[in-house]
Structure formats: C-alpha cells, structure tokens
Design a protein around this ligand. Sequence first.
Ligand SMILES: C[S@@+](CC[C@H](N)C(=O)[O-])C[C@H]1O[C@@H](n2cnc3c(N)ncnc32)[C@H](O)[C@@H]1O
Length: 414
Amino acid sequence: MAENPAYPVGLRLTGRRVVVLGGGQVAQRRLPALIAAGADIHLVSPAATPSVEAMADAGEITWTKRPYEDGDLAEAWYALIATSDRQANTDASAEAERHRVWCVRSDDADAATAWTPATGHSEGVTVAVLTTNAKGRDPRHTAAIRDAVVEGLRDGTLVAPHHRTRTPGVALVGGGPGDPDLITVRGRRLLAEADVVIADRLGPRDLLAELPPHVEVIDAAKIPYGRFMAQEAINNALIEHAKQGKSVVRLKGGDPFVFGRGMEEAQALAEAGIACTVVPGISSSISVPGAAGIPVTHRGVAHEFTVVSGHVAPDDERSLVDWAALARLRGTLVVLMGVDKIGRIAETLIAHGRPADTPVALVQEGTTAAQRRVDATLSTVAETVRAEDVKPPAVIVIGEVVNVGVHSPLNASE
Ligand SMILES: C[S@@+](CC[C@H](N)C(=O)[O-])C[C@H]1O[C@@H](n2cnc3c(N)ncnc32)[C@H](O)[C@@H]1O
C-alpha cells in the first residue's frame, strides 16, 4: 500500500451500525467512545471481559455470543476487528473491504483501512492524534502528544483562547493553600484565559508570574478604598472590570467559601447582574495539616473535625463560636486565623474541660517552600508561639491526631 498520509475525519455514528468483533481488552477500551458517539453497536464474540459484559447487560451494546461469521459486517458503517483469532481477523477485514466498511484492526494496522487516533477531550474540543503513515506508527508517541495537548489545555499552560464561547464575567477561583500545583485544573485554565486577575496575598502567587504580559494583575490588598470598606472596593473593582467586557478572575486562597468572603462577592456580582462562576479550591484547613503529616481524622482517634475561625478572641462579643461546646468535643479542632489569639483560645478550651496536655500543632505557610511545623500542648502553646516566633498564615490543629501522623513534611514543595 502506498505510504500516503491517513486522512483524518470525525465520524458521526449516531444510530449507525458499528460491528465490533472480539470482546477482549481492545473492545473494552474502545467501546465507551463508540457508546458515547451514539453508535448502534453489535458485538460478535464468544466471550467478553466483565466490563464489556456489563455494557451488554446495561443495553449499551447488543452482544451475539459466537465467533465471527462471514456476513457479520454486511450492514455496518464501521467495524472494529479485535478477535484473538488472526485468521478470523483477516477474513473479517476482507469482508469489510468487499462491503466498503471502514475497519480498524487491532492485530495489523497495515491491513486496516482506518486507524483509531489517540483522543482526549477538553472543553468541548476533541484532540485526536494520528501518525502520518503506517511506517511511522508509534502509539505511545501519539498518546504522549495527546496527553501533552489535553493536559496543557486543561491546566492552561497551553493557551488557546476561546473566540466564540468565552463570556465576560467573573470567576471566583479557589487557588488552594499556596503550592501552585494545588490549584484545580479548571482554576488554572480560567486564570490562563483571564484579562484581569484580582489576587489575595494568600494562595498560589507563583502562578501570577506565569501570566502573559497583557493580563492585568491587581493586588486586592492594594485597591484604594476611600470611603468604602475594603471588601466593597474589591467588589466594585470586580464589577467595573466585568462591565468593561473583560474576563475577570478573583483568585483567592484555599476555597472561596471557607472564611474567604466568596459569597459576599458572588452576591455583589449577582446584584450588579454580572455572571459569576465559582471554582472550588483546596482549603488550607485540611490540606495544610495534611502537608505537615497530620490527618484531620484518623480511625480510632478522631471521628470529627471542626474548622473554626480564631480571628476574634473567645471572650470578644463579636465571636460567634461556642468555645465551651468545642471544649467538650473529642475530635479535632482546626483553627484558622488564630495565631494571635491562640493563648486565649487554649485557656478557654482548658477552662471548659479539654485536657491541658492535648497536643497542638501549628503549621505555618503550609505547602510552600517555607512550610514549618511547631508542636506544643494546650498548656504550652502560647509560650511556644512566642518562643518560636510563629507568624500567620498558620493553621492550628488541636487534638490527638497531631500525634498519629508522620513528622516529616509530606509532599512539601520542591
Ligand atoms: C482568611 S482565611 C482564608 C482561608 C481559605 N479560604 C482556605 O480555605 O484555606 C486565612 C487563613 O487561612 C489559613 N491559611 C491559608 N493558607 C495557609 C497556608 N498556606 N499555611 C498556613 N495557613 C494557611 C491561615 O490560618 C490564614 O490565617
């Protein structure tokens, strides 16, 4: 056969008969995409893997339990030939040729009239990679190219702006605890597509350095707020930029809705009639202890964890936290924004019955290169914070889980 390049095409198979010969691993891998394409799939095979069998049981394919017979491909639009019997495969591809049915052969790409590309999907686009001709066929290479393109599109490292579908508005993106690898794939992509990014001090600031030069990056803490409250000024900035038709990302530390004022921003945007998308993030309340080797729950040790803001002291009238009730719980307490008030918090917990020797760990700048963990107990924590000069941002973990983990940092940033 001449070494002309294969002609790439997308088959629209809805309701069209597709015949699959052989119910083994190849069929198992290929069937989901054929099902997703809406094909009328007829499997001919004496046996099938449990997954293929399940597709037949679910009515997604029709299964004829016998070996291939001449005539099976007569009405097909497309065939996948993947039996373990080479002679049957050869006979079937001869039949496909006679009936002019495009066919893929798992055992002999040269003899096939069609090849399955390495495919992946991202945001309404199918990426399909084929080698140019049979001589150069290297399925691992095509799969690697597919992975690189799809991953790049998903995480935003490969920027392909949407010209038709991109809608202006604001995305409230949870950036995770600080390590730039801990933002979600969706968050990273939206960041790569943004015209304006309004960022907090916490979160993955390293990602901002990767943004293209035309992206306007605004430090939320530096927005002049004049007669407004700082938060109002941020809301106004989001609204103003979105009204100019720009794609705005509000990049926040951790998750937008965990002590992140995310809902206040979403409400302000809704009032202004601006479209708003919320992208969850990995909250520091769970991930930072984890990165320091502390699980917030552990079988036989803690069946609950409670995340509390420590930004106001327990005796402060603005506090909404029932510290006496928390002192009676046996599980893990995770305190955010509590470094300054930890002395008063520890005293209150002890006063309401939590044992003074309850272990405490403070994890400062978790998941970043500067991560550090300092251990204490409820009775010593105030002094330890002073002596060790622990500074915000830190997550404070109170409870027996502090002693169950591994003390070396897990997955610390390289
Ligand atoms: C205003 S709250 C925001 C929490 C955030 N929305 C979240 O879900 O992680 C800020 C507090 O989160 C904690 N925090 C956030 N990132 C941290 C990090 N990388 N290391 C330690 N603590 C962190 C600290 O307690 C800090 O004072």
